[in-house]
Every structure is written in structure tokens, then in C-alpha cells.
Ligand binder design. Sequence first.
Ligand code: ZN
Length: 555
Amino acid sequence: MGANYSKIRRCVRRARKLVIKSTTLAGSGHPGGSLSMAEIVGTIIFSHMRHDPSRPLWEDRDRLVLSKGHAAPGLYSNLAVAGYFEESEISTLRKFGSRLQGHPDWKCPGVEFCGGSLGIGLSFSIGVALGARMDSHDTHTYTVIGDGESDEGQVWEAAMTAAKYGVDNLTVVMDRNFIQQDSYTEHVMPLDGGSVGTDVSKSRSDKSLWRTGDKWRAFGWNVLEIDGHKIEQLSDAIRRSKAAHGVPTIIIARTIKGNGVEHMADNPAWHGKAPDPSIAPLVSDELESQAMIAPSIIAGDMTDLAGEIRRCEEGGADYVHLDVMDGRFVPATTFGAAKIAELRPLTLLPFDAHLMINDPLDHLAEYVDAGADIITVHAEVCDESSFGEIHDSLHSSGVGAGLAINPATELPEWAMRFAGTLDQVIVMSVEPGKSGQKYIESSHEKTRSVCERLTKGGFGGDVEVDGGVTPGNVGACFEDGARIFVGGGAIMGQPDTRRAVDAFAASITRARRTRLLVRAGRLGGGELASKWISLHKNEQTRDELTKLAEGAGVL
Ligand code: ZN
């Protein structure tokens, strides 16, 4: 059983922080491409690959080949989080005698391929996959290639070979970040067929310009095209790839180089440059500050929930928040597991099921079977023993476990015993039972104290605020320490979901930037804040950051 969605996300976040730590200490390395492929490698390792970190050479293991070997920190960091070696070893990156060299080497446990020269990993992988077939081994090979490395002719020789031999025990993922060593791929050697011309600004966002998949189709491959930062899309594509028989599959995963760090994102300068040690704590803090927006569909049209799911997708939501009410825990009734099962095939978006029901243990299996990705139950109807059973049962089913508290409930002491493994805590900021209520102001203080207690207890999950959250107060909720925000009337009650989600995101971005500027001020005064602002390539962003810094008294 692979890790649940929340856990994969958490492992990827941890791995990204290790990329920054290792390259900063080394003073060199390739953070940009390591960050762009973080979800790709994390989803493979933590959810799909058959492997055992304590037995790296186990014969029946699946193989992960990193062909774009310069992104080694992105591989090492995920291997460390998976337990192939101690995370502290990451500090030896690129040091003389270390197992963690600038390009992957077999002496590092978990490394299958010495990926120094680009363009070779796919050929190597075909050999591994064909070897497994000849030996009747039921193993799968995952290969991550870069878009820049696809300038190499050998990639296309390998593409022909895999198609000829129908190599279907191989899944290739292209980290399509649109940037190679010196510039944008569409400037250096256009993969999208030169249709973009000299202006590459639209090449990432305008779907009509993409031709890379056509090339692979012409070579006889099964081609899947996805957003490579969405774990749910990666997981679905990997499953579909393994279901395709007699044909090799490539997943073209569109990513953003340097993703997760605003000044590194989509910036060719960060292909092969280490962060400055004075900036690294800010980068680490930024990676820890990733937020998610979770519209609650009960705030929309209850007679057309399928339509509301579509609106979540079109609006760019991260989660679908499902408020289940049983008419007993709260007077209202919404829907139950049968409705969730009916909605499940309509989207890949993770289902965040919030069970406002009595006796959650008795009904848990129904919600697991319905396809919820994370299930949150209320502390008011649990004790340590029943919650322990719920927590363990969910995790053994590959589902995230959450605990919710009403406005009048304090986080119980027993909850702290689960802090290290709990995926989510929901702080209700309205009385549960109906949508459209106003945020209870004292919830700010409560969220802060819950976050503080959980952090002290080793909590690695996310605090979600649920009720009355709007673009006007979501920034303050972010400052409190919450990282997932349920949007009821302020998102699903609005005619334009995209606009509403964007308004939430803009407020969160402003709050995150302010938080980082204040941190910069504390660490190194206005000088460090100015240095950090100057790293942002976009002039408008620099202006906005300067205004925020002035407003916060940092400059
Ligand atoms: Zn809820």
C-alpha cells in the first residue's frame, strides 16, 4: 500500500527542503530541475514503486532511473526521506568521498544509473526492462528524462527501439519544465516544433502550441499529458501507463523549474546555481508555507453536485471539501458515502471528506470505499481508543487521517499522541451545521494556539480552517499557521469560481510574502530583505514586495 495523498505531499515538501539544504551547503548543484521534478519522483517512490529501502539491491524491486542526472539533489532528497540513508548525509552533497556526488553514482543506495551524460538513461532503461521480461521478472522501470536532454539524438533512437519491442514494463516521465541550461527549450531547440516563434512567453500556458506529445505518438508511444505538480494526476497517469499493454508509455509532465520558491520559479538563472546561505532559511520557510484551497461543494447548488465538482476543477481548486452531515451530530443532513462514490469518477481532485457524523468508526469503511483521499472525524465523538482505531484503519487503507474540533472544543490532550502521524487538523471557525455563517473572530487565536501545540508535538500535517473564510480574512488565517482553507460561500457561492479561488490565492500570497519579509528583517534587517527582493526577476513583483516590506516596517 503506497502512502496516502497527504503523506506524499508532506514527503515531497520535506525533500524539497533537503534540496535547498544540500545545494546551499555544497555551494553548487542544480536546484531548479530538482524542484521541478519533486512531485514526479516523490509520487513514484512513495506511492507506486515496489521497493525496500533496507534492501536497495532486492532482486524483485522496481527500478527508478534518473536520466537527467544533474538533478541528483532531487533524487537524493527523496531517497533520504524514503529511508535509503540518514537525512543528515544530505549535507555531504558534492563533497570529496561522499556517496552523494553531483551526478548520481551507483555507490549511493537507491541509485540505479550513473546519469552524468545526458540522453542515455532511456536506452539504459529499455535494456533493464527487456532484461526483466527475458527473465520473467514482474518488475517495472520508471525513468525520468528532461526536456532539455531530449535534444540528444539517442533519446529518439531509444524511442524507436522501445516501440519496436513493445516495452510496456517501462514508464517514462518527461519533466517538461521548458527550461534547459542556458535558456528556454523553445529558444534553444524547440520541442514544440518551432510553432512558438521567438516569443516563448506563452509556450507553457497555451495548450494549442504543444507538439511534444505528437512527436512521441509518431514514434509509436502511448502519450499521457498532465500537470506534473499534481500528485493525483501523476498517480492516475502511472496507473494508466501500467494498464497499457504492448506499448511503451511516456507521461509528459508539465512542470515549473524551481517550483515552490517564488524567485526561482520559471527562472533559467536557477538551473545550476546554489542559493546563498543567507537566503536559504527564507527559502526553507517558503517551502514550508505552501497552501491549499478547498472549496466546499455544499455551499453551491446541492441539486447539481456533479456541476459543482466541475466548477471546482475549472476554478483551480486543490481539494474538494465534502461536508457530510448526518442530521444527528448536527441538525442538518447533506449527503453520505453513496453520493461521494457517485461523484468520485468525475474528477481526480483529492476528496477531503469532513464527517460531521456520530459514530464515525461504524461508518468509516463506507467512506474509504467511496474513494475519499482524506477523512476527518470530530473529536467530540471520539476518544483516544476509537480515534486510534480510525487513524490506523485509514492509514492501512492508504487514506489520510484528520481530526476536527468545533469552536467550543479544545484540541484534546489525547490528540497529541497522534501528532506525529496525523495528516490534518480542522479548526471549525463557525458552528458546524450550515453554510453562509460569519467567521468567529476568536478562531484566529485558537488556530494559533492549536498550531503551536501541534508543532511542539512533532505534527507534520496541515491545519485546515473551515467556516466563514473569505479573501478578506484568509491572509490572517494563513498568518495564524493554517495552510488549508475551506471556501464555502466565498468560493462556491460565487458565480465565477476561478475568480474567487484566485482572490483567495492572491491574499495567501500577500500574507506569505509579508511573513517572509518580516523573517528576513529579523534575520538580517532591511539589507537581507532588499537582497531577497532583488532575486525576483519580475519588476512588478519586486515593486509589490518593496511596498509590503515598507508596510511591515522592514524597509
Ligand atoms: Zn467542512
